[in-house]
Design a protein around this ligand. Structure first.
Ligand SMILES: Cc1cc2nc3c(=O)[nH]c(=O)nc-3n(C[C@H](O)[C@H](O)[C@H](O)COP(=O)(O)OP(=O)(O)OC[C@H]3O[C@@H](n4cnc5c(N)ncnc54)[C@H](O)[C@@H]3O)c2cc1C
Length: 417
């Protein structure tokens, strides 16, 4: 079967790999000159089922109100700006902030995330792919006793869903990651997820694209999707600025851009961009930079050591399909990083970047079938697209191939909206 994958971010590239492994003739359409150049370019680097707790949870509305008015807050949105798509998304988001919905959404996200981590490990063992990966776990540090207590409760729930998460004292946390020593007095505790990982999503995407090419996948770079041809309930071609590309099946993996383009096919995908920022700096003192990937709960920031670089990432700005950098927010990333790991690297020379997380109101990705019989979804991965890329790709590739995916796909599709 000929399958056309739309988008060569980490999600589309992983899907293309698994589709080719299932024996299909795969073409990936990508507007950039190479794979992984948009949101998958400089993310936080964490392969983190431990972060499966949805953004929409009972504590978020109050927290968001407290953050309002602070330009450097971890979450910023201007609800008064004319943006009906944001308002519709926010209404659904609030509906998902109940304890019951949070539990359901956690279960769904964790199902994909844990499976995905297994798929990534299997892919690595099979291919030897290397991408500055580290398999040292993720250490989540807390400064606030109340938040730490809440996190311990969430840990128990996640443990019941199959995720190993160990509660640690500050001394134990510093023993796991000695670079935290200088801020130990500010911390109240930590949670360690020993099986989580980190690595450079961009490097991974590029390396996987090379392996996929060797496996017969054709990457049509510098090719922009501009529309679709459709007959009844089937898509017959994707229209691009370089002509039509026909396939037997089509997979939407265009990240935040999936929503506006799927709309052309009459599909209303509740995917809204949440802009995030990162700073990547050269490590100048290895002892002061973390080796274990760290999450700082208070500032909602993550840190991953990528070879001799330190990636620092965070913040969410709900400001539409717009990837302009706001200097104050980029500066906040560097300031927080410098405070947590003083002397670790060249903070003044940090490379700043921002990208649009393709976010759904319930934090669960959109995977699988649509009302169009040959058009499938692999999008809406939000904060966990790198984490969930391999598992989503394999599950969707199996579905397209007429095989039963290894995970239960219930609750992961567009039908839940
Ligand atoms: C600051 C930040 C930190 C993050 N940290 C983490 C983390 O630590 N761990 C984690 O798991 N996730 C993290 N994420 C989320 C993760 O990066 C995303 O979920 C993931 O990159 C989404 O991948 P994607 O392939 O769906 O989208 P993208 O990487 O955006 O890929 C979509 C592709 O579609 C292409 N495209 C779009 N429109 C068209 C068109 N019309 N024609 C042709 N091609 C088109 C784009 O060029 C792009 O290459 C973070 C995100 C940000 C912003």
């Amino acid at each position: 079967m000929k399958v056309v994958v739309l988008g060569a971010g980490v999600v589309g590239t992983a899907a293309a790999w698994f589709l080719s492994k299932n024996g299909h003739d795969v073409t990936v359409v990508e507007r950039e000159p190479a794979a992984g150049l948009e949101t998958s370019f400089a993310n936080g680097g964490q392969v983190s089922p431990c972060h499966a707790e949805p953004w929409a949870n009972p504590g978020t509305p109050l927290q968001a109100l407290k953050w309002m008015g602070r330009a450097d807050a971890p979450l910023v949105f201007k609800w008064w700006r004319y943006d009906p798509q944001l308002w519709a998304w926010l209404v659904r988001f609030l509906a998902n902030c109940t304890a019951g919905r949070t539990r359901i959404n956690l279960d769904r996200t964790l199902r994909v995330a844990i499976y995905s981590r297994d798929c990534l490990q299997a892919l690595r063992a099979e291919t030897g792919i290397s991408y500055d990966e580290k398999t040292l776990g993720i250490l989540h540090v807390y400064r606030n006793a109340q938040t730490f207590a809440h996190a311990q409760g969430a840990s128990a729930v996640m443990a019941s869903l199959g995720l190993k998460r160990d509660v640690k004292t500050v001394a134990e946390a510093v023993a796991i990651e000695p670079a935290l020593q200088s801020v130990a007095h500010e911390l109240t505790g930590a949670i360690f997820t020993p099986d989580d990982e980190s690595g450079d999503a961009h490097k991974f995407t590029q390396e996987l694209a090379k392996l996929a090419t060797k496996n017969g996948v054709l990457f049509a770079f510098n090719t922009t999707v501009t529309g679709f041809q459709r007959e009844g309930d089937r898509v017959t071609a994707v229209v691009t600025d370089r002509g039509e590309i026909k396939g037997d099946a089509y997979l939407m993996a265009m990240g935040s851009w999936s929503a506006p383009w799927a709309k052309q096919l009459g599909l209303a995908l509740p995917v809204y961009p949440a802009k995030g920022y990162s700073a990547t700096l050269a490590v100048t003192d290895a002892a002061k930079a973390p080796s274990v990937s760290v999450t700082d709960d208070e500032h909602k920031m993550v840190y991953s050591r990528l070879g001799d670089r330190l990636r620092c990432a965070g913040t969410a700005e709900l400001a539409g399909w717009n990837d302009t950098m706001t200097p104050v927010r980029a500066a906040a990333i560097v300031k927080n990083a410098k405070a947590l790991f003083p002397g670790a690297g060249d903070f003044d020379g940090a490379e700043l970047w921002c990208g649009l997380r393709p976010t759904t109101p319930d934090s669960v990705p959109l995977l699988g079938k649509t009302p169009l019989t040959n058009f499938y979804l692999d999008t809406g991965h939000g904060t966990l697209g790198w984490t969930m890329s391999c598992g989503s790709g394999k599950a969707v590739a199996d579905l397209i191939s007429g095989r039963a995916p290894d995970i239960d796909m219930n609750g992961l599709g567009i039908e839940r909206f």
